[in-house]
Ligand binder design. Sequence first.
Ligand code: NAD
Ligand code: TYD
Length: 359
Amino acid sequence: MIFVTGGAGFIGSNFILDWLAQAAAEPVLNIDKLTYAGNPYNLEAVAGDARYAFVQADICDETAIATLLSRYRPRAIVHLAAESHVDRSIHSPDEFIRTNVNGTFNLLNRALHYWSTLPGPEQADFRFLHVSTDEVYGSLEPQSPPFSEDAPYTPNSLYSASKAASDHLVRAYHQTYGLPTLTTNCSNNYGPYHFPEKLIPLVIANALAGNPLPIYGDGMQIRDWLYVTDHCTALRTILAHGATGETYNIGGGNEQTNLHVVHTLCDILDELAARAQGSYRDLITFVKDRPGHDRRYAIDSGKLERTLGWQPAESFQSGIRKTVQWYLANGEWVRQVRSGAYLNWLRQQYGDHPPGALI
Ligand code: NAD
Ligand code: TYD
């Protein structure tokens, strides 16, 4: 089987759904602490699948991780668990250091102990896939080429600094102990199950509720947007064929200003869920900028495309339309997540055993 950490979050749940949709998929153990961002309900579709299991655990918990490794003997660990929201990292960085740095360290340390006890062939097959972000590379000037794997690390936020630290730890475990690691640095994802604190789901949810659409500063910051299932495909490809010790950048080749993203969302919503009066664009409100706000990210995925043949399937136009359609069809998910009611509901419904839980 494989372990997935953070599998109840946005990318993790998309990854598990995508993984189990493959005919020859190995079973998955989802290890997630269930912070505010973790929602096992995202995985209800596979809760009854014999290949899926869930355990609520903190990646910082040495005993829990060691026990799970020796009991289930995974072939790989796909490490997604993290604190992931830049705005939260500004207000309370402690959890970012604890989970992203100390948690990754604990996972690496336990994985090394486990890996070193494996017989030769299993040792050769084992992989530790560390999922990271393009934000570790810092901010690009308007005319600079996109980030390649050789770009220097210049993180500016507490989030990106904590992810950069975790990337360095992964590299050191490979260089020093030979742990067969893979690292990926991906651009901004969007798609189903995206927690509505991030730009795209927040704008859709606020628009449908008739609330202001907050744009930080002048809205001319640029992000490179990737549809989440394209990220999942890249992770599967890299896990299967990536060279150990290597880093792979993953991006959509879709550089857009925030203002353009919000205009696009408003225009699709005007078409699919028109307001009684006026356009959703009327709700756009410029607010105070984020401190240390990175101006531009852009990713060069050339290495992944050339060496492993990966290509994104979705354009920005097709992916963003699918995303709006998903949120329109899943209003109840958004309402529950925004109200916090889903946490109460989960407790009521499942007690200590969320969908797929190992009992
Ligand atoms: P998310 O915030 O939606 O989900 C994170 C998950 O990790 C949640 O389910 C949470 O409960 C779990 N978690 C948090 N702390 C934990 C702990 N101590 N122990 C166990 N589980 C814990 O995040 P996401 O957007 O799905 O991002 C997943 C990974 O991908 C992160 O490592 C992030 O840095 C990386 N990434 C995200 C993006 C993006 O655009 N969202 C882009 C590139 C890379
Ligand atoms: P976000 O989704 O938080 O991702 P990240 O900061 O990791 O790139 O933000 C994407 C961009 O949108 C970023 O430039 C900040 C901006 N933004 C807003 O303008 N308004 C908002 O309400 C949010 C959440 C983000």
